[in-house]
Design a binder for this molecule. Structure first.
Ligand SMILES: Nc1ncnc2c1ncn2[C@@H]1O[C@H](COP(=O)(O)OP(=O)(O)OP(=O)(O)O)[C@@H](O)[C@H]1O
Ligand SMILES: [Mg+2]
Length: 351
């Protein structure tokens, strides 16, 4: 079987890298690292500062003595559309024709501007319908990411979406019980992506334009300080070790923005639950850097009344404590969830 790829999650605030190896007894960590990016390197999912991304990937790779070339990357945000559609059950040419029409109806971009893929989720329901997952990604944005990876000296072999990568991280990291419906919420710097997975199949995906930057911006304006200072206060306020040194106002902002994010997420959850017949969510997994703001999981759990877990995708992975700073890895495990999901992919996997 082909080797697993290097998982490279190029987010708007930082590049995250995970490399895994499969062994008889399970997965072993081969490499891990996080490299911050200068502000505005990525705006609305598009790469604005190509040089900064290339430098960050190169610096990270050399700092952690990375070996291997084949990389899996993810795209996210406005340039990706994921839709579940229900159509009469059909196959072969009829399905191909129907999908051309569905792409026109469901994808708000010119056909020539997107890469499109579809997966049949359910071939035939008792009502004679079929369920298909339609995924489209803007070609120019995908090309920007591939270009950055190539210029950093790597070979991009798999392009995934961040939402599917996070889902794979949950499945491989902690498993999903058969028949269970779970929500995976990735809270990054720029946005939150919620995906709801039913029996291993993605049934609902939505992006919300609020994330870690919302906290930082609010602290910046409330305390009239610069954004680096606001970021430091945010991370300090989120850490039990330094929370006492941070002004009370910061804690208030962390709580208020967490309430705001929880409220926006709840609207998506409510929408999903009313759309589905036997809607019921067993649990919520939180991933991404902003899941480390302690008020956030609590706000989401209080509002939704659904148990919230912060994902550590590495729980079942063998980690050599002589090679890795285990404390740092554990503290940042949820941040690495998308990179972990990408690191499960192998060359030749369908994108
Ligand atoms: N210990 C921490 N406490 C609080 N916030 C944190 C902590 N560590 C990271 N963050 C925040 O998490 C965000 C970065 O998370 P992540 O790396 O998942 O985002 P990203 O992938 O760069 O962004 P996006 O996916 O939205 O483009 C930043 O806003 C950062 O301030
Ligand atoms: Mg991200």
């Amino acid at each position: 079987m082909a080797k697993r790829c290097i998982g490279l999650d190029i987010g708007s605030s930082a590049v995250k890298l995970v490399q895994l190896k499969s062994q008889k007894r399970g997965l072993t960590l081969q490499n891990f690292g996080i490299e911050p990016l200068p502000a505005q390197s990525i705006v609305d999912g598009s790469i604005m500062n190509h040089g900064a991304i290339v430098d960050a990937i190169r610096n990270l790779a050399s700092r952690i003595h990375l070996r291997g070339k084949d990389v899996a990357v993810a795209v996210s945000g406005n340039s990706v559309i994921i839709k579940r559609i229900t159509i009469p059950a059909m196959e072969g040419d009829a399905l191909d024709e129907q999908m051309k029409w569905e792409v026109q109806q469901n994808i708000p971009f010119r056909r020539d501007d997107v890469n499109v893929d579809h997966t049949v989720l359910v071939e035939k329901t008792p009502e004679g319908q079929m369920e298909v997952l339609l995924v489209a990604a803007k070609k120019d944005v995908v090309e920007q990411y591939l270009h950055a990876v190539r210029d950093a000296g790597f070979v991009p072999v798999v392009v995934d979406t961040a939402a599917f990568a996070a889902q794979n991280a949950v499945e491989a990291g902690v498993g999903m019980a058969p028949g269970e419906v779970v929500a995976i919420i990735n809270v990054g710097a720029r946005l939150c992506t919620i995906s709801i997975v039913d029996n291993g199949m993605p049934v609902f995906t939505r992006d919300i334009g609020t994330g870690g930057n919302t906290y930082t911006d609010a602290i910046q304006s409330r305390l009239a300080i610069d954004s680096d200072g606001a970021e430091a206060y945010k991370v300090g306020g989120a850490s039990p070790a330094s929370a006492d040194m941070v002004p009370q106002e910061v804690h208030r902002v962390l709580a208020q923005v967490s309430e705001q994010i929880a409220g926006e997420l709840q609207r998506s959850i409510d929408f999903f639950l009313t759309e589905t017949v036997d809607g019921n969510l067993a649990r919520i997994y939180l991933t991404g850097g902003s899941s480390l703001v302690p008020q956030l999981p609590k706000a989401i759990q209080d509002r939704s009344r659904i148990p919230v877990h912060i994902l550590d995708p590495f729980v079942q992975v063998e980690i050599d404590a002589r090679r890795f700073d285990v404390e740092y890895l554990r503290a940042n495990a949820p941040v690495a969830a998308v990179a972990f999901g990408l690191a499960l992919r192998r060359q030749g996997d369908a994108a």
